[in-house]
Design a protein around this ligand. Structure first.
Ligand code: NDP
Length: 244
């Protein structure tokens, strides 16, 4: 079974590193042309050059007007935006008692509102072309919650509700919307953890290890492809069996 995305254009937010970068690389490998997005244009352009059929774009996705302009810029540059992967995300962890309003707002604006704005902007072209794939990167924390991550868990649970609503609203136009919920994946985000914390965590994962960015990217490529034409509104965990 070959995944062929020839002729498709994919916009992947937060693709300058981590999971997003591997998603961008994997989609290019499947034949798509990819918009690499981060806050730093030089970094995004460097990554795009390394990947090949890609272009770099700078956007702070916590700013709604900039997200709308980003989608327009990608459509202008490539002629369409067929696959939208809302991947960029941040954490501002703290216990509820100590969590500041700014920490709540920053996480909700970056992780959730950005996806709403990007989908609203990208759906126009997708509706015209009667084809679209929207994949939102949530987290298992959005399903099971986590101490110290009320803001992050709320943003990721919000992505799940958003995705199911979008899936229902746009299904008749052949626009599919699914959620990928990673468990613990080795990236800059998890590199901040101590070795002891990682070892303790691995004991709770049936497959006994942290995931790789490739573990997530493979599923995103599948969901972007014709092999997933009858799948929408789903939440798929990539977590070594942590949540089942
Ligand atoms: P990283 O911290 O490694 O990378 C985050 C990416 O998002 C970077 O490319 C960064 O680019 C970009 N980004 C952050 N803030 C903004 C912003 N305001 N505007 C534009 N781009 C931004 O994260 P991961 O790869 O680990 O995570 C990717 C996604 O997967 C996130 O949504 C995360 O919540 C989710 N996830 C990760 C897990 C893990 O274990 N790693 C587990 C579960 C979910 P730059 O800094 O260049 O702007």
């Amino acid at each position: 079974m070959k995944i062929d995305l020839t002729g498709k254009v994919a916009l992947v937010t937060g693709s300058t590193r981590g999971i997003g970068r591997t998603i961008a690389e994997t989609l290019v490998g499947c034949g798509a042309r990819v918009a690499v997005v981060g806050r730093d244009l030089k970094k995004a352009e460097e990554v795009a050059e390394e990947l090949g059929e890609a272009r770099g774009f700078a956007c702070d996705i916590s700013v709604p007007a900039d997200v709308t302009m980003l989608v327009q810029a990608v459509e202008d540059a490539f002629g369409s935006c067929d696959i939208l992967v809302n991947n960029a995300g941040i954490t501002r962890d703290n216990l509820m008692l100590r969590m500041k309003d700014e920490d709540w707002d920053a996480v909700l604006e970056t992780n959730l509102r950005s996806a709403f704005v990007a989908i609203r902007a990208a759906q126009r072209g997708m509706m015209k072309r009667r084809w679209g794939r929207i994949i939102n990167i949530a987290s298992v924390v959005g399903i099971i919650g986590n101490k110290g991550q009320a803001n992050y868990a709320a943003s990721k649970a919000g992505l799940i509700g958003l995705s199911k609503s979008v899936a229902k609203e746009l299904a008749s136009r052949n626009i599919l919307c699914n959620v990928v919920a990673p468990g613990f994946i080795k990236t800059d985000m998890t590199d901040a953890m101590t070795e002891d914390a990682v070892t303790a965590l691995a004991t709770q994962i049936p497959l006994g290890r942290l995931g790789t960015t490739g573990d997530v990217a493979g599923l995103v490529a599948f969901l972007s492809s014709s092999h997933a034409d009858y799948i929408t509104g789903q939440v798929l965990t990539v977590d070594g069996g942590m949540v089942m």
